[in-house]
Design a protein around this ligand. Sequence first.
Ligand SMILES: *Cc1c(COP(=O)(O)O)cnc(C)c1O
Length: 367
Amino acid sequence: MQLKRQKFEINLNPIQRGGILTKEAREALIEFGDGYSVCDFCPGRLDLIEKPNIKNFIHEELPEFLGCDLVRATNGAREAMFAVMNSLKASRKEKKSIVLLDGNTHYSVYIAAERAGLDLDVVESSGYPEYKIDVKKFGEKIDSKKPLLVLLTYPDGNYGNFPDVKKLSKICKNKGVPLLLNCAYSIGRAEIKLNNLGVDFVVGSGQKSMAASGPIGVLGFNKEWENIILRKSKYYPKKEVEMLGCTSRGASMVTLIASFPKVKERIKNWGEEVEKARLFSKEMEKLGLKQLGEKPHNHDLLFLEAEFLYEISRKHKKRGFFLYHELKKRGIGGIKPGVTKNFKVSTYQLTRKEINKVVQTFREIIE
Ligand SMILES: *Cc1c(COP(=O)(O)O)cnc(C)c1O
């Protein structure tokens, strides 16, 4: 059976733009495609393998990149967040504990907390149209609910909003509660340094933002958390319990390593990426669409509302699918088939010429 995938000249799907492989990663993927391909020279734990040099990557390069003492690769951002929740829970005596979240949290965080047996409480956003998170609201909830962990999404995967993390990290430090920053949409796109931001944990996603095939995530923290997060097995003293011994053992790991030099370079262009997103947002608003989330926007992920496209779809013979088909005819993909009223797009790493083409295409469709 031959598996084929539809590819578009321009793909606007936000979850895919930061995970497009570099040439180096595509080659590494073939080289290390076989199962357990990184395990030829394993001294007993994944992060200690020197051939290929996972050890240097995990113990030197990533900690420097993320501005923290220690890093582990996990099987995804959600697994990293679960690992923190589960470890904190295991370290405490209380049966009942909660995680305090922002209202723009990714669904997988809810599931991770559920799996760890933790309850949740939420600091709601400001709602339509900007959906901003006011971090001052965390203070009161921390006092009344005494959470095990506070989790902030930076930015969130719906609107691409960046809340004031430095202010929240001060609040959390004052109140003695650890803070996890979910950077699935930022680590690998923008510069994120744990120590500059004052948080306890940072989490990234290889397939979301680090040009890796994945599934793979990164979890960074400082030495003060080592005994809790990296506690060793009583049966196999070299193995770390929360990592189930070894995590990402194969192609996902090597694609992350292979892309890393380019990822380090590309974060320097983040300012230009934000500028392109703002330009795109402005042009789309001229056509009558409305960008929700922070304005001016600070991320390439854009939530667009288009009531009038929905009106067109009600009269069109293809119904809600007309937008998808019209875009597809012109080589543009990434907006879900059937969607018109509102949708998410990303301009990440598109050229200005490609962005102009997308705007021009929407103009033609609307006219
Ligand atoms: C994509 C995403 C995740 C999940 O990342 P995985 O690596 O697939 O687990 C979590 N949080 C946010 C904000 C995301 O955008």
